[in-house]
Design a protein around this ligand. Sequence first.
Ligand SMILES: Nc1ncnc2c1ncn2[C@@H]1O[C@H](COP(=O)(O)OP(=O)(O)OP(=O)(O)O)[C@@H](O)[C@H]1O
Ligand SMILES: [Mg+2]
Length: 253
Amino acid sequence: MRLFHRSSKDNDSMENGVQLITVADPQSAIAEQFRTIKTNIRFMGVDHKIDTLAFTSGNVSEGKSTVTDNTAISLAEDGKKVLLIDADLRRPTLHRTFRVSNNFGLTTVLTSDAKELKLDEVVRDSGIDNLSILTAGPTPPNPSELLGSKKMVEFINLVSKYYDKVVIDLAPVLEISETAALASHLDGVILVVRQGVTCKPNIARTVERLKFAKANLLGYVMNDIKASNGGYGYGYGYGYGYGKSKKKKKGKK
Ligand SMILES: Nc1ncnc2c1ncn2[C@@H]1O[C@H](COP(=O)(O)OP(=O)(O)OP(=O)(O)O)[C@@H](O)[C@H]1O
Ligand SMILES: [Mg+2]
């Protein structure tokens, strides 16, 4: 069973967006795996609410955007008001995935001098019930600076008052140093690991950076799992094992 077309080009998602299997085939085994991820997130939120959540990875093209977008759709299926944000400012995909323009978005918010932010001027309807999207916006000369800014943290705290869940597609930890710091201001972060691509030392370095920044690492999603029969099965696994930080949330209401 080959559920995803594997692209030969690393940046295919930057041109065409990612595949929304949860929309294209909601009854598929993979869509079901995303529901399992969602359920696990819910279980982990029993003691400490996980309202602001991000996915990241060590390096590029491990499946962050695919996992982030499909999990957000899965969360929205429950009737929760979900805001999906593309915060991978160097390799944005959300506008391609949802076929909308990227002439404004997160960077517009972060560079705006306006005293008061009108959310409905930047957030768009995704066409999926309960799911709103905020695309990355025009690429600025200083994306890392913007991501690491106080304004970014304030913005996430602000939107978390209006949405039940804020789900963020982050840049890779080992490529953009601000990623780990930003993750530390969220309720939780999940690492996307791609089977056969992500090497163990990079996983260890990524985990180390997230822990050093005191991010609440909830676990990992194993993307692109090969079927045991050697066929073309693709799937997602969920695991714990990198430990949970018991930090107190920063900057939350
Ligand atoms: N399970 C999978 N099976 C086959 N192809 C996949 C799978 N997951 C992701 N891909 C493909 O791999 C490429 C990278 O995926 P994606 O864009 O989700 O990764 P990313 O980590 O967000 O990449 P980037 O670092 O560029 O933001 C895309 O072309 C996507 O369609
Ligand atoms: Mg991406």
